[in-house]
Design a protein around this ligand. Structure first.
Ligand code: ADP
Ligand code: MG
Length: 668
């Protein structure tokens, strides 16, 4: 007798559940996706004990016919696909027909549903994959699915669940982000008696962002608007999935595909330590995708330190045929048919918007507790990094500036006369320099009753007076009147709209960086010949890196040649670099090359070489500047493509608007 046997459905479902249902939040995700696919406009989520005891999703969607309700729990039963060709153009969130049977196999599930076409509804009860009850009942239209005691029959999984608070935070994060993806729907999340999220339909994503996070968050974000790029289809290429390899594309396929990007992303000075604040939706599906994450990082290259990440809420729309969603059972990964096109579109669009909006950081508010920044409690739960971004807008410390000379201790008289600007990164801003607007008034923690609190309700609309003032643009820099310096390091300037502080070193660095990049692109880098060649001794690794980038160095203005064993002779250098800096800068570039060549593009290396040159050549801090120099610096900065951050990603200018000044003096 053979040893292979076909597994019974119950076992197969439990195995599938291992992939589909990782934690309570995965159940919420699957149920929400089903409700959205069913055309629901009102989605209510209730959970108890972080979803362990209960997860209930109630919708007003199309509901299920009685026969369908039974079928829905069969393995691979779906209403969303007919044949394998449909996999090429999936417009729904679900399609695998795996979620309901998987969830039902690891919990006690109650389905209550009534379809528009039927007068009575259906109730089905299943525990651990076994049907307990199926009966007709009087129900309103729509579907309610209650999942109790998740993993009650899979002790191994149950053990891996994290604390109630963590699981709840995952659920809240998910609900928040789906609510952002669907501004036209009502979304509610309640944990026990506490209402964590409650948003009513609005017309735009901007209004939804306002509902969820409040106006403060909007001030910190750049709106992409609607950006599109057309792709002209190349000759037929390899189909996206092996499983459908035998199916050819339809001959009447349109030759142009349009990709559309909308959403919000943070200004470069909002720097996060990880990628948790990046939310990417492709055709309405929340996904994790390396290609798009890379495109986003590339957009911020030279605007933000490499180890930092922005906040982003991106919605990419394209023809469903352009994206294969059938990559993983949890449907959180996708594969693009024309990956590099999509990558470049996203990178260029975000970069262009960053350049266009030239957002100036306002005086960074002192860190406030998360609960005071978020309007909806769900957005304030720890997992949701959205709420934390506002706190992290403090400009990066200056101590790591590569050019920072040793700190001369300020004379005691000067330090008492001047506000205490700390040049050390760890020191918090002194209290009396706290220019922050008064903290937003919000109800701390969830409201006591299950009912919507008045405060939440009042944010259902977008009052015109709450619309943030027009984005401050750094283009106004050329009109600024320099008033003087603080510590001979920061230029203070007055403008039409308030007060500005400009970091002179990074400002000059940005000006030089763009100059050097332009000269390099035009093949006209100004160089200086050295009277005596500079001889440098390299380590074996440096020797290898040098060999790889010798051409790049040459184009950047460094004339070098091998000079015996592991030694090079430098005969000329870019004019901007002074002789004493030359050795340091070359070793710095070799070090960058070592890191970059492994995982970055040549373009990135090129930019980094230019950034090193600019950094070495720029005016240092602790340098006195006369009025004409300061004026020149501001004008030149205004003319750069990107006056908001230096090539290493630090902010250049801080703005304290008239409105903020008036508010701080209680005049408005
Ligand atoms: P899939 O979503 O991949 O089709 P599921 O197992 O999640 O698979 O659901 C199976 C089927 O049950 C769906 O195709 C749909 O027809 C039906 N269904 C599930 N949830 C709902 C709902 N909330 N409203 C209406 N129909 C639903
Ligand atoms: Mg589904």
């Amino acid at each position: 007798m053979g040893r292979i046997r076909v597994l019974p459905d119950q076992v197969a479902n439990k195995i599938a559940a291992g992939e589909v249902v990782e934690r309570p939040a995965s159940v919420v995700k699957e149920l929400l996706e089903n409700s959205l696919d069913a055309g629901a406009t009102d989605l209510r989520i209730e959970v108890e004990v972080g979803g362990r005891r209960l997860i209930r999703v109630v919708d007003d969607g199309c509901g299920m016919l009685r026969d369908d309700a039974l079928l829905a729990f069969e393995r691979h039963a779906t209403s969303k696909l007919r044949d394998v060709k449909d996999l090429l153009s999936i417009a729904t969130l679900g399609f695998r027909g795996e979620a309901l049977p998987s969830i039902a196999s690891v919990s006690r599930l109650l389905l209550e549903t009534r379809s528009v076409e039927e007068t009575t509804g259906t109730t089905i009860e299943i525990a651990g994959g076994k049907m307990l009850r199926c009966e007709e009942s009087a129900l309103v239209r729509g579907t309610s699915i209650s999942v109790r005691d998740l993993f009650y029959n899979v002790p191994a999984r149950r053990k891996f669940l994290r604390t109630e608070q963590t699981e709840l935070a995952h659920i809240a994060s998910l609900a928040t982000h789906y609510s952002l993806a669907h501004p036209d729907k009502t979304v509610r999340l309640a944990s026990g008696a506490a209402e964590l999220l409650s948003v009513t339909p609005v017309a735009t994503l901007k209004e939804r962002v306002y509902q969820v996070f409040g106006s403060q968050a909007l001030d910190d974000l750049v709106d992409i608007g609607v950006r599109e790029r057309d792709m002209f289809l190349p000759p037929p290429s390899v189909p996206p999935s092996q499983a459908i390899a035998e199916y050819q594309r339809e001959p009447e396929e349109p030759p142009v595909r349009t990709f559309r990007l909308t959403g919000f992303f943070s200004r470069p000075q909002v720097q996060k330590a990880n990628r948790n604040s990046i939310y990417i939706f492709v055709n309405g599906r929340l996904i994790r995708d390396r290609l798009l994450l890379h495109a986003l990082a590339a957009a911020y290259h030279n605007l933000m330190p490499a180890s930092s990440y922005p906040f982003a809420l991106l919605f990419l729309e394209c023809d469903p045929a352009e994206v294969d969603v059938n990559v993983h059972p949890s449907k959180t990964e996708v594969r693009f048919r024309h990956g590099s096109f999509v990558h470049d579109f996203v990178r260029d669009t975000i970069r262009e918007r960053l350049m266009e909006s030239r957002p100036a950081p306002s005086f960074s508010p002192a860190p406030r507790p998360a609960s005071s920044t978020a309007i909806q409690p769900a957005a304030a739960l720890p997992y949701s990094e959205f709420s934390q971004m506002i706190e992290n807008t403090a400009p990066a410390g200056l101590a790591d500036a590569p050019t920072m000379p040793p700190q001369p201790a300020p004379a005691p008289s000067a330090s008492s006369a001047l506000p205490e600007f700390s040049l050390r990164p760890a020191a918090p801003p002194p209290q009396r320099l706290d220019f922050s607007a008064p903290p937003l008034e919000v109800t701390p923690g969830p409201p006591p009753s299950g009912k919507l609190s008045r405060r939440l309700d009042s944010h259902g609309e977008f009052p015109p007076e709450a619309i943030p003032p027009p984005e401050m643009s750094l283009s106004v820099l050329s009109d600024l009147r320099p008033l003087g310096q603080i510590h001979e390091s920061f230029i203070i300037a007055a403008g039409r709209d308030g007060l500005w502080i400009i970091d002179q070193h990074v400002a000059h660095e940005r000006i030089l960086f763009e100059q050097v990049m332009k000269q390099r692109a035009a093949g006209r880098v100004e160089i200086q010949r050295l009277l005596m060649p500079l001889i440098l001794q390299l380590t074996p690794e440096q020797q290898i890196d040098y060999a790889r980038i010798a051409d790049e160095l040459h184009t950047a203005g460094f004339e070098t040649e091998p000079f015996g064993n592991r030694t090079i002779a430098v005969k000329a250098a870019p004019a901007a670099v002074s002789a004493p800096d030359l050795e340091k800068i070359l070793f710095e570039i070799l070090e960058i090359a070592e890191g970059e060549l492994r995982n970055a593009s040549l373009e990135d290396l090129r930019r980094d070489i230019c950034a090193s040159i600019a950094c070495r050549a720029a005016i240092k801090i602790n340098t006195r500047l006369d009025a004409s120099k300061m004026e020149w610096l501001l004008r030149a900065l205004a003319q750069t493509d990107c006056p908001m951050s230096c090539p290493h990603g630090r902010p250049i200018a801080l703005h304290y608007s008239t409105r903020e000044i008036l508010k701080a003096f209680h005049r408005i």
